[in-house]
Ligand binder design. Sequence first.
Ligand code: NAP
Ligand code: HSE
Length: 319
Amino acid sequence: MTAPLGVGLLGLGTVGSAVARAMGDRPRRLEHMAGRPLRLAGAAVRDGAKARDAGGVSVTTDPFDLLDDPEVDVIVEVIGGTDPAFDLHLAAFERGKHVVTANKELVARRWNELHEAARLAKRELRFEASVAAAVPVVAAARMLAASRPRVVRGLLNGTTTYICAQLDARRAFDEALADAQRLGYAEADPSADVDGLDPAYKLSILVSLLEGRHFHPDDVRRTSLRGVTAADVDEARTRGAALRYLATADFGEKATKARVAPEEVPLGSLEGEATGPQNVVRIETDLAGTLVFSGPGAGGDATASAILGDVIAIARATR
Ligand code: NAP
Ligand code: HSE
């Protein structure tokens, strides 16, 4: 039998716990799809005393217990942010581990350094879960390498879609945000959602993939969702429209312009009907025309699905 693939989890919050649970509840399916067993070596956390619903995985407060474990082949980083995540990614590559992550901020900000570190280490950096969670848009963007991109447009943040839909139903902004936090959609600091950083990171990753070079998230113009009022929602309705927090990249002849802002979308469109964590991503290119992707873009299980898809791809490629 082929040797198991060892997995070390960095982070055991909403996403990390869902990964650990899924690895615990379907080992035979994972082994069948990976061509070898997947073995979860443990998880690094900040608070070793916290109670968790994570399938009984062993925890450590020292990420180097996993980084230095010779039986760990893949590091799954779901801590979030750039510090200490960036150094932990570099430490993983230095030790010959592959890295899988859902950390869109880190991938968007440190694109060149992370790709270079992976290339030098001859290891994989995979981040399908970083954009639209379960919806395989990172793979799709890679497959569009021959096509010239024209437009990317859609809903890349579940928290703000949820808030917009709750505003439609006349709920208060702060109440809706508190719900999104409780449901596990929001970032640890939810201003990343409502002020547009999170969708800007995701848009930056998609543009970088479609252009084959880094497009920095600071080059995405952001307008916060916080200024939207019930009166704006009502006014949009009179025009047969709904307000949604849209991410858009226009690939012009000379420069790519990218923005995240509240905009009107037709009622009855995929975007107008979206009420919760579902994302909608439209990618228009010269050869492939318009492709539309839609599905769960936030939440533990949806994100674990993409992470484990990446882990399985590494397991198969390294048998
Ligand atoms: P979370 O619930 O806040 O979990 C973060 C985890 O990281 C916690 O377990 C925390 O430990 C641990 N941690 C923090 N600092 C650490 C450190 N210095 N060393 C070791 N562990 C540390 O966050 P999340 O929602 O799971 O998100 C994780 C990542 O996935 C983020 O990059 C996020 O953007 C991304 N993502 C999230 C979703 C979603 O729907 N939630 C979807 C797609 C992508 P404690 O538990 O001990 O505090
Ligand atoms: N906070 C993010 C969202 C999580 O609401 O979409 C998924 O990336």
